[in-house]
Each structure stands twice: as C-alpha cells, then as structure tokens.
Design a protein around this ligand. Structure first.
Ligand code: ATP
Ligand code: MG
Length: 247
C-alpha cells in the first residue's frame, strides 16, 4: 500500500511546463524514487503493469508526478511508456520535449501507424501523445482499436503510466479503469478540498477499486497558482499541516 508522500514546495517548478526533477539525490528526486519503489512493489512481479494517475480537480500535479515517476522507473531499468489520456489539456509532449504530431487521434483515424505513435525521449521514457484535438474522445476510448493498442503496449513494456484528466471534470476514467491494473491519486495541498478528494474517490472506486493510495503535492502560490483559480477556491498553506486538505 502506498503511503502518503509529501512533495515539498520547490522553486524548480516555477515554470509553466511541469519539469523532470528526478536526480536521485535530494528533495523530490528522493520522493519520486520512493514512489517508483512503491509502483514496482505494487506491480507484483510484473503482473500489474498499467497505472492510472487520477486527481479530483485540475492543476494538482498529475502530469508532473506521472512524468517524474516514469523517469525514475526508466532509471531503474524498467521499460516504461507514458500515455497522455488527458485529451482536454495534454502536457506529456511538452514535459518530455517531443512534438505532438502523430498521436492517439491520428492513429485512431488511420492517419499513422502504431510505431509512429510511440516516441522515444532523452529521458529513456517512451511517450504516446494525444495528437490533434478531437471532439470524439469517448468514441476513441470505447473503440476496439484503442483497447488493442493498450493491450499491445502492455505486451511491449514493463510499465504503462496513464496521465488522466481530473475525475470531477471529465468522466473518461470510466473508459480507462477496465484497461488499467491500479490507480494512484494525486492531491495538492491548498488546492484539493477534502470533499473533492472524497467525491472523486467515491466515483473512482466504483469503476476501479484497485486504488493504491494518494500522492500529496505542494506547489508554490503566486504566478502559476492564480491560473487555476477558475476551477476552485484555492488557498495556499505556508508550511506543512497535519490536516493536509481543506474541508
Ligand atoms: N511539487 C510541486 N511544487 C511546486 N509546483 C509544482 C509541483 N508539482 C507540480 N507543480 C506545478 O504545478 C503546475 C500544475 O502541475 P501539473 O500540470 O503536473 O498538474 P496536473 O494535475 O497535471 O494539471 P492538469 O489538470 O491541468 O492536467 C505546473 O506548473 C507544475 O510545474
Ligand atoms: Mg496534467
């Protein structure tokens, strides 16, 4: 079972695009390595391969956590692919510095081959991007072709990480749950309300009860914090609190 991991406020994140910060020596690098160890342990010797990262609302650090966990796994010798399933706000290609051409959308439309969808990165992690914007995400996610694609990733990789949209904003988790083995929640201090996490958990557990635990992130207030004000009433703690999340 995952313990709650506390990711500290970190100036390395003062950037619009989430960053890879795993360096294995200090700060969040150490936390990500611990998270990586939990993921490996939960894989049950390779039986559980697909990890679905979810959160209640927006901007809680999902994409950052997925990307850094993937890099930590790759550095441990695992063959890992990150699949960007957040069709509303895809970020994986930006984090890993690859182009967003030939993504899932193009593959599903028959405009490119499977091998063109999987992109290698300088971090030793492979990624699958959304590709171009589509209004038919749920048609894509319920198609046999999409399911076969995910099965094929399961065959090719040790670990497949899903970067998903927030549960309370988009119901796509319903389509991903049958395909994944485990769920990891991400919640952010001062951003996620306790009631939101509870609501999201209750929705999630009905579609995928294999929820390993929650990663707690903590991000800086200021410039980037205000960007998310439209989704929730955000407040920021100055330090660590025993009760992490607001009611
Ligand atoms: N531990 C942290 N400390 C400080 N800032 C962070 C931390 N984790 C993430 N951030 C910053 O918070 C912002 C949102 O992070 P991220 O995009 O990973 O969240 P998300 O949950 O994927 O958001 P979305 O719902 O939009 O997909 C980014 O600017 C990122 O750099
Ligand atoms: Mg994201």
């Amino acid at each position: 079972m995952l313990k709650r991991r506390f990711f500290k406020k970190n100036s390395e994140y003062n950037t619009e695009i989430p960053k890879i910060v795993v360096n294995g020596t200090s700060g969040d690098g150490v936390n990500y390595n611990r998270l990586k160890d939990n993921v490996i342990f939960s894989s049950d010797n390779g039986k559980n391969k697909i990890f679905q990262f979810e959160s209640a609302v927006s901007g809680e650090g999902k994409s950052t956590v997925v990307a850094n966990t993937a890099v930590a796994l790759a550095r441990s010798g695992k063959k890992v692919v990150v699949v960007d399933l957040d069709f509303r706000r895809p970020k994986v290609h930006k984090i890993f510095g690859v182009n967003n051409l030939n993504g899932i959308t193009e593959f599903m439309l028959g405009e490119c081959e499977e091998k063109e969808v999987i992109k290698t990165t300088e971090y030793g992690v492979d990624v699958v991007n959304r590709g171009k914007l589509t209004n038919n995400a749920s048609i894509i996610f319920t198609s046999d072709k999409f399911k076969e694609f995910i099965y094929s990733l399961r065959e090719k990789y040790d670990m497949v990480l899903f970067d998903c949209p927030p549960v309370l904003l988009v119901s796509d988790y319903i389509h991903f749950s049958p395909l994944s083995d485990n769920v990891i929640f991400v919640a952010c201090v001062g951003v996620t309300r306790r009631s939101q996490l509870r609501d999201a958990y209750e929705l999630m557990v009905k579609s995928n009860p294999r929820i390993l635990g929650t990663v707690i992130t903590y991000r800086n207030s200021g410039k980037f914090g205000s960007r998310y004000g439209g989704y929730y009433n955000s407040r920021y703690y100055r330090g660590v609190k025993s009760n992490y999340l607001e009611d």
